[in-house]
Design a protein. Structure first.
Ligand code: UDP
Ligand code: MG
Length: 317
């Protein structure tokens, strides 16, 4: 039985050796308890630091370590996809390099899959300790909104830390879309999933790659990728404004007939024009967002481009 660990890495030279140490410890434990063999796949997502150097060094020291190095930064989602493609294991886990996804959970996750009742063991964090409160608030809002809008369930606090059977991995790989929102994809493919909960762990080294803006864009990505409800909202706004306009017309015409036609109402007219054009632009923006995603999708660009893998290097030992 082979288990692949897929680890997307962007500027993680400090965290990687610590991750390797911990993962190796768990691997040895599971060799004893489950007879499982391991491979570690580091995906270097165009890092600017010594991540690639570290990956090469780890490979030289331990041939179970493999790596895929991108030609530039393609984002974590692309990293996960590349790792899953490279993985040869019967079971594949995706986890972060910063030990925020504790490898120590793997034995119990594997136990779950070995019962044969589940194809996926997923994790969610129950707390958001160590996170700015405003960020937590926006995160909670995001999960509320997306779950109202989308048929695909996006679990609040779900991490990308999962252990999946080969069946599920192949299903995820069959979704070769360009705009990848992993949380949605994992949920969309279905399969029985057991959730493991744990408290938020802070990263061991290095800094988070997310700022407010990138998280905001990520959330839009998720909504546009897994729901077309915003388009309905836009259409609904159109209908609502038509009704309001109709009532307004009736009111103005009746008033003019009954009270004559005083030439006033310039301020109200300006307000109406501003409001209506604002709503129009907003709705055009929503439509534009979907069009943009469609545009990127139909170009069929590769999800990532590989610059180097461990096969380009002489084997260790
Ligand atoms: N990551 C990546 N490409 C990116 C950004 C992040 O491969 O463009 C990796 C990063 O190295 C880490 C994981 O994705 O292993 C999660 O990133 P991070 O810890 O910064 O996110 P957080 O845990 O704060 O949500
Ligand atoms: Mg992290």
């Amino acid at each position: 039985m082979l288990i692949s660990l897929v680890v997307p890495c962007y500027n993680e030279e400090e965290a990687m050796p610590l991750f390797y140490q911990e993962a190796n410890r768990v691997a040895e434990e599971m060799k004893q308890s489950h007879g499982a063999d391991f491979e570690f796949i580091f995906v270097n997502d165009g890092s600017k630091d010594g991540t690639l150097r570290t990956a090469r060094a780890l490979h030289e020291q331990d041939s179970r370590v493999r790596y895929v190095s991108f030609s530039r930064n393609f984002g974590k989602e692309a990293g996960i996809y590349a790792g899953l493609q490279a993985a040869k294991g019967d079971y594949v886990a995706t986890l972060d390099a910063d030990l925020q996804d504790p490898p120590a959970l793997l034995p119990s996750m594997l136990d779950t899959l070995l019962t044969g009742d589940y194809d996926c063991a997923a994790t969610r964090r129950t707390t958001r300790k160590g996170e700015p409160p405003i960020r937590s608030w926006f995160a909670r809002m995001f999960y509320k909104i997306i779950n109202k809008m989308s048929d695909t369930e996006i679990v609040d606090g779900a991490r990308d830390f999962r252990l999946m059977s080969r069946k599920m991995v192949d299903a995820v790989l069959s979704m070769a879309e360009y705009n990848r929102f992993s949380k949605g994809i994992f949920s969309w493919v279905g399969f029985e999933t057991k959730w493991f909960e744990y408290e938020n762990v802070e990263r061991v080294a290095g800094a988070t790659k997310w700022n407010f803006w990138s998280l905001f864009k990520y959330s839009i990505e998720g909504i546009v990728g897994f729901s077309t409800t915003p388009l309905l909202v836009a259409a609904g706004a159109g209908v609502l404004f038509c009704i309001a306009a109709f009532i307004g017309i009736l009111f103005v015409v009746v008033r003019a007939l009954v009270f004559g036609d005083p030439t006033s109402g310039w301020p109200s007219l300006v307000c109406i024009i501003l409001l209506c054009s604002g709503v129009q632009l907003f709705c055009t923006g929503i439509v534009g967002e979907y069009l943009a995603k469609t545009y990127l999708e139909v170009k069929h660009r590769p999800i990532y481009i590989v610059a180097e893998t461990e096969e380009d290097r002489p084997h260790a030992r």
